[in-house]
Ligand binder design. Structure first.
Ligand SMILES: [Zn+2]
Length: 317
């Protein structure tokens, strides 16, 4: 049991656990115990711990979440979070219909607002009467009547995994950037031996891949070749690939997290599962054709272990 939102004493704002996770990996916050009940301004003394905030390798059962801190004071009488804790388990929001019956669409925002990782300024209580100004961004999914706002593909993948397991991926809606809304099922395009083609549309492409370290960055080479793209047959099968340039990695706020994940898979020399948001391009150099995914931001890439194939199994009805 847990709560969805908590006040971060180090970030000075109310955040959800996914956002806390990003802030930790961007070196903005450091203490998993520095969280208060979101009603702290009304005098609630309860404290939270953000579990798994510092876990680099996340499994479905370990998603970051807030839980009551050991030794913390209980919630004050009438605290809405007290009710919330008793009322439901954590992580149960994905794919559940809102009161209107239709799940609210999620949004994948392709760029983070300026200062997304900058510590919020504390507004002195009793000043202009603004409290802490935590009405801005909560990193997605704060309000249950709204869909989540996601800034990283990792967040999108985790929503998709849950949606698949609950068999609602063809109901739950996602819109990415300026793209029209579509279901999670339409957004995620898998290519593999039995489906060796790419639509060429802007999608989340995913498949098994190898990661190699090169002097200029990390090279991703998918394990499956494709023989068609954009409905166009290729003269010969091509293994799609992508390059994570050093400068793109260096620009990422969460480079520590991304680097660890990339190194973990490049070191093992075992395949992993790579997710990339974007549109693949058929290109030609020195008379040789290749298919490339451009990775302009680490927020548009996610890498998972091959145990993902176990984790995406749909729940039995
Ligand atoms: Zn409380």
């Amino acid at each position: 049991m847990g709560t969805e939102l908590a006040y971060s004493e180090q970030f000075n704002d109310v955040v959800n656990a996914e956002r806390a996770y990003e802030l930790y990996w961007a070196n903005v916050i450091t203490d998993k115990r520095a969280f208060l009940c979101s009603e702290y301004e009304s005098g609630c003394p309860a404290r939270y711990t953000c579990a798994n905030m510092d876990t680099e390798q996340l499994q479905l059962k370990q998603v970051p979440h807030f839980r009551n801190q050991t030794g913390s004071m209980p919630h004050m009488n009438g605290c809405p979070n007290l009710f919330e804790q008793e009322g439901r388990g954590r992580g149960s929001d994905v794919g559940q219909a809102s009161e209107a019956g239709q799940p609210a669409p999620d949004r994948f925002l392709l760029t983070r607002p300026a200062g997304h990782f900058a510590i919020r300024e504390r507004v002195v209580a009793g000043g202009i009467g603004v409290g802490y100004g935590h009405n801005e961004d909560r990193g997605g999914g704060g309000k249950r009547s709204r869909g989540a706002e996601l800034y990283s593909l990792a967040g999108l993948v985790s929503r998709w995994l849950k949606a698949r397991r609950d068999n609602v991926d063809s109901k739950l809606i996602i819109s990415a950037g300026t793209q029209g809304p579509m279901t999670y099922r339409e957004m995620f395009e898998n290519f593999f031996v039995k489906r060796p083609s790419l639509s060429g549309e802007k999608r989340v492409y995913w498949s098994k891949a190898w990661i190699n370290v090169t002097p200029k960055g990390h090279r991703i080479r998918f394990c499956t070749s494709v023989n068609a793209i954009n409905g166009q047959e290729l003269e010969y099968p091509i293994f799609p690939s992508a390059m994570i340039w050093e400068n793109v990695l260096a620009e990422s706020e969460m480079k520590k997290l991304h680097t660890r994940r990339l190194i973990r898979f490049s070191d093992t020399k075992k395949p992993c599962v790579v997710f990339i948001y974007g549109a693949p391009k058929l290109q030609e150099r020195d008379g040789r054709k290749f298919i490339n995914f451009e990775v302009g931001s680490l927020d548009h890439l996610d890498v998972q272990g091959v145990d993902l194939f176990e984790r995406i199994r749909r729940a039995k009805k």
